[in-house]
Design a binder for this molecule. Structure first.
Ligand code: HEM
Length: 153
């Protein structure tokens, strides 16, 4: 019988009772507790997770755009271009994520769409932040966020 190979190598840390683990560092408990479907429909988890992934990518875009703009102000074009190249790579991810979403048919989507009420990506404040950072400022687009002062500001 083939000898069972173990991927646990000697010297590997296996006890994380007293030290920071991968999950601690990434706050995985918080991140993975954030997907809360309102229906019992299988496809709603896909819908939520794809939105979460997109919002995380949008967060990275905002981060990199602000960094690029700061470096452009300091005439550090090389550093700014590196950040903008990263933004472009993230945009590729935003686009390819639709390949995953499109495994859900319109009729699948309609099985839980009513649960969403008026909620829509139209209210994505990070999407608006990206638009504003790229100088597409439309005051009306901020209205859905008026009730959240810290976001509106
Ligand atoms: C089944 C999937 C989806 C459907 C049916 C859908 C539907 C819509 C619709 C109808 C709008 C127009 C505004 C409205 O009428 O509310 C919209 C806007 C928007 N959606 Fe989605 N969406 C989907 C997935 C996503 C995903 C995964 C994201 C990622 C964050 C997203 C982000 C946005 C954004 C940012 C807008 C505003 C666009 C703008 O104002 O220019 N949507 N969506």
């Amino acid at each position: 019988m083939a000898k069972e190979t173990s991927r646990v190598e000697s010297g590997m840390s296996l006890d994380f009772a007293e030290r920071m683990s991968y999950g601690d560092y990434l706050k995985l408990d918080t991140l993975l507790a954030a997907q809360s479907p309102l229906s019992d429909k299988q496809d709603e988890s896909l819908f939520i997770i794809v939105h979460h992934v997109q919002e995380l990518w949008l967060k990275l875009i905002v981060n990199e755009l602000e960094f690029a703009m700061q470096n452009l102000r300091e005439d550090k074009a090389g550093i700014a271009f590196k950040a903008l190249a990263r933004v472009s790579a993230v945009q590729e991810q935003l686009i390819t994520a639709w390949d995953v979403l499109s495994t859900m048919t319109p009729s699948d989507y309609l099985t839980f769409r009513d649960q969403l009420g008026q909620a829509s990506g139209f209210q994505s404040y990070q999407y608006r932040l990206v638009e504003i950072l790229l100088r597409a400022k439309d005051q009306r687009m901020l209205a859905p966020h008026k009730h959240r002062a810290e976001i509106y500001e």
